[in-house]
Each structure stands twice: as structure tokens, then as C-alpha cells.
Design a binder for this molecule. Structure first.
Ligand SMILES: Cc1cc2nc3c(=O)[nH]c(=O)nc-3n(C[C@H](O)[C@H](O)[C@H](O)COP(=O)(O)OP(=O)(O)OC[C@H]3O[C@@H](n4cnc5c(N)ncnc54)[C@H](O)[C@@H]3O)c2cc1C
Length: 414
């Protein structure tokens, strides 16, 4: 059986960054991805939408600015460095970030596509990992495992036959021709879908946006607020009690659900333009409404909910519904065979260095990028912070410093 220092499960940006950084270490790693190619949120690669992170927060630069897998190197290879510089923008179009990820993935032989990890069992001084490929089943041995299985769309059971935002582009033609369409939810994805539908709609189409949030909240935190995306803050958060972390997480709702101010401005400007000639715009923006049911009856949708403060019933009839209801972490079934400790039924206990706590000592470690928000705070799903996380994980796997992570102190004391 082939032996590895680590097996990475899943190839989203987090484990892709891990594999890119591992190339210049003495470690022998392999990554298995169940899909036949790297696909990053393909349903939300809407033209004109941008990343929420600075271009230097690519897969490698904060850990190793000399890496050949940097975004700047991608731009140079793609013949776009000059135009990127002239453009003077710090943000990357989302479609281009996806191209960058594919460019990195194509160069890494350690990534195996069409390979689904179906089991991980303790064995000797590590784990036996079972992988299903087109050719059948194979097993490899790894000292450590890095879980990067990502997230899956979360749609309430009471929402019948709606389109989740993760499938927006696959359904866009149909949504654009529906006479009455509603987007349910707040957050960046909801705002982008609403804006996109609004821009393409004419005066004959109704496009509504319903959210339970009190207002359409902006993500803007200011420079000091952004310091929660720092190693100091992550350490501080992790050391708190579970209850304190829960309390703090609730106060960070805005970072999770807030909308990029540029997107909100674009929504406002589009609405303003549409009403410039005095036409009644066929769109309603409804806040503070908790939608609890979407029924699909005779090809149409009945959306029901309640106003959170007046308790008045809400009911709307639509021809299409888009649910911007978020994602849940993908926790593989096979973890049930491993002696993992859990903080709650769905939240595993994660140590400071991203390895899972176990009820009995294991020879190898199970690291995770997935299901970390409760243990490591809002930075858990931030692409920039994932680079530091990968450097920490690789140092742990190597048992020595392969990536120097100099502590860059934020101005705020946590
Ligand atoms: C539309 C959208 C835009 C976002 N934009 C930003 C942004 O601008 N900045 C930012 O910081 N964050 C952003 N995020 C948040 C976060 O960075 C992304 O969700 C990111 O894709 C998470 O990466 P990941 O590697 O955990 O998982 P994913 O991208 O979900 O990838 C996980 C992979 O694991 C594979 N897999 C699962 N199980 C197995 C298995 N058993 N065997 C093999 N393979 C398996 C899946 O097929 C999948 O390819 C965004 C999120 C969304 C939804």
C-alpha cells in the first residue's frame, strides 16, 4: 500500500492551497477530489461579481510570497499582469479567481480527481484511506488526514422545489423569464442574485427580495473591525468557553450575512435608474419577514411567512423562488468510525492547531478545514486566513517549521 505523510480529502480552495504549499516541503502528500475537475461555486460565477478578499490573499502569498502558485504569477502567465496593474483594483473578479484555482490545480500532480474518499480507519501509526475511482477501489496509508470536504446547500425542508443560490446560473434563463420571482434571504449571495435578476428584468417582470433581517445590512466593518481576521483573534476566540464563543458568533452575524457595500450601492443605483422615468418598478424589498413555508402548487409557488415585529402574516404568489439560505458543513459519514470528541451533536471539538480532539490517543492526526466556525470563529471561512491555517497544518505534519508564520500583531488587543 502506498504510504503518505498526509491525505487531503476534497479539493476546494482550502486543500488546494495546502497542496500548493506542500510542494516546496519534503512532505509526501496526496489529495483526492470526488469531482472530475476543480469547480468553485459554479452557480454563483455571475459576470461582474468580485471576490471579497484582497488579491494578495490568494492560495499561497501570505505564507510564501515567492511561491510559483501566486495570483501574480497566474496573471503573468495569463498575459494579464499589465492590464491588472493599470486597472488599479485590489479585488479579483470571481470568474477569474476560479480560473486561477484551475490553473494551480492543473499544475499539481498530487491532486487526483474523480476519486471519492469513502472510508478512513485507524491503522498502525496512521490511517488507511479508501478511495473510489472510476477503476474501482484503492487504499492508501497516511500518517495524517486533512479534511476539506467543504459545504453543501442548506434549504429548509418546508421549502418545496426552490432554486438554491448555488444553482443560480444553471437556472438563470428560466428565472429571467418567470413573470414573478422572489429571492429569499439576506447576505451576499441573495444581494447578487437579486441585482442580477433586477438588471435583466423589464417592466413586465416582478422581482421581490424578502429577508428576515431588520435592514439590508452592509458588510463594511472598517479597518480595525477587520482585525478579527488575524491569528491573534483566532487564538483568543479558540481559548474561550463554548458558551462565550456562541455568544460572540451571534454578534458576528453581520460578517456572515452582511452585503458588500458596492453590491448594495449597485442595487440602489439600479432601482433609482429604473424609476427615473416615473415608471412603477415592479419590485418589493421586504425586511423583517421570516419565511417559514414555500409550497409548490400547480406549477406556482405560495410563499408564507410572518413579520417578526408586527406578527402580521405574509403571503406571496410567485412563478419562481430563489433560496439564499446558506450552506452547512459536509461531515463525511466515515468520521463515525473514529473516536472524535464532539462539542455538540454536529460540532466537533477542534484543537488550536486544527486537529480534531479524540477520546483516545491516535498515532496520526485528523486535521480539518471544515466545520470550524464554532471553534475558530469568523476567520474559519475566510480564504485569506486559510493560508495561515495551511502553514500551521503543514508545520504540524512535518513536526518542524516548514513555513515561518511570524506573528504580525494587529493593532487591537484581543
Ligand atoms: C458564492 C461564494 C463566494 C465566496 N466568496 C468568498 C470570498 O470572496 N472570500 C472568502 O474569504 N470566502 C468566500 N467564500 C467562502 C469560502 O471561502 C468558500 O466557500 C470556499 O469554497 C470554501 O472552500 P473549501 O475548500 O472548504 O470547500 P469547497 O469549495 O466546498 O470544496 C470542497 C470539495 O470537497 C469535495 N469533497 C467532499 N467530500 C469528498 C470526499 N468524500 N472525497 C473527495 N472529495 C470530496 C467536494 O466535491 C468539493 O469539491 C465564498 C462562498 C460562497 C458560497
Amino acid at each position: 500500500m502506498e504510504q503518505y505523510d498526509f491525505v487531503a480529502v476534497g479539493c476546494g480552495p482550502y486543500n488546494l492551497g495546502l497542496m500548493a504549499l506542500h510542494e516546496s516541503t519534503p512532505l509526501k502528500g496526496i489529495c483526492f477530489e470526488q469531482r472530475d475537475q476543480l469547480i468553485w461555486h459554479e452557480g454563483m460565477l455571475i459576470e461582474g461579481m468580485t471576490m471579497q478578499t484582497h488579491y494578495l490573499f490568494d492560495l499561497v502569498t501570505p505564507a510564501d510570497p515567492t511561491s510559483p502558485y501566486s495570483y501574480l504569477h497566474y496573471l503573468k502567465q495569463a498575459g494579464r499582469l499589465q492590464t491588472f496593474i493599470i486597472q488599479e483594483s485590489m479585488v479579483i473578479p470571481r470568474q477569474e479567481y476560479n480560473r486561477y484555482l484551475k490553473w494551480v490545480a492543473h499544475q499539481l500532480e498530487s491532486i487526483h480527481f474523480s476519486s471519492r474518499v469513502t472510508d478512513v480507519r485507524e491503522d498502525g501509526d496512521g490511517f488507511v484511506v479508501t478511495v473510489r475511482t472510476g477503476k474501482g477501489e484503492e487504499k492508501v496509508h497516511a500518517k495524517h488526514v486533512v479534511i476539506g470536504t467543504g459545504s453543501a446547500p442548506l434549504v429548509p425542508d418546508s421549502f418545496e422545489k426552490v432554486v438554491h443560490t448555488s444553482e443560480y446560473l444553471m437556472n438563470r434563463d428560466r428565472l429571467r423569464t418567470a413573470e414573478r420571482v422572489v429571492v429569499i434571504g439576506s447576505g451576499q449571495s441573495a444581494a447578487e442574485v437579486y441585482l442580477d435578476l433586477l438588471r435583466s428584468s423589464d417592466s413586465s417582470q416582478t422581482v421581490d427580495w424578502v429577508t428576515r433581517s431588520d435592514v439590508y445590512e452592509s458588510l463594511e466593518a472598517g479597518k480595525l473591525g477587520e482585525e478579527i481576521f488575524s491569528l491573534d483573534y483566532v487564538e483568543y476566540f479558540h481559548a474561550l468557553s463554548y458558551e462565550a464563543r456562541q455568544q460572540l458568533s451571534a454578534s458576528f452575524e453581520r460578517f456572515r450575512n452582511g452585503v458588500n457595500p458596492d453590491t448594495l450601492t449597485a442595487v440602489y443605483e439600479t432601482l433609482y435608474q429604473r424609476t427615473a422615468d416615473g415608471d412603477d418598478q415592479k419590485t418589493k424589498l421586504l425586511t423583517q419577514i421570516e419565511v417559514d413555508q414555500v409550497r409548490h402548487v400547480d406549477g406556482a409557488y405560495v410563499v408564507k411567512g410572518t413579520h417578526q415585529y408586527t406578527n402580521q402574516d405574509f403571503e406571496g404568489k410567485y412563478d419562481a423562488v430563489v433560496a439564499a439560505t446558506g450552506y452547512r458543513p459536509v461531515i463525511p459519514d466515515w468520521v463515525s468510525h473514529l473516536p472524535i470528541q464532539w462539542e455538540t451533536k454536529t460540532e466537533w471539538k477542534v484543537q488550536a492547531r486544527y486537529d480534531l480532539a479524540t477520546s483516545e490517543p491516535l498515532r496520526g492526526k485528523l486535521f480539518t478545514h471544515t466545520n470550524l466556525e464554532h471553534s475558530h470563529g469568523p476567520a474559519a471561512t475566510n480564504l485569506g486566513m486559510a493560508v495561515y491555517r495551511n502553514a500551521i497544518i503543514l508545520n504540524e505534519i512535518a513536526g518542524k517549521t516548514v513555513y515561518e508564520i511570524r506573528h504580525q500583531r494587529p493593532f487591537t488587543t484581543f
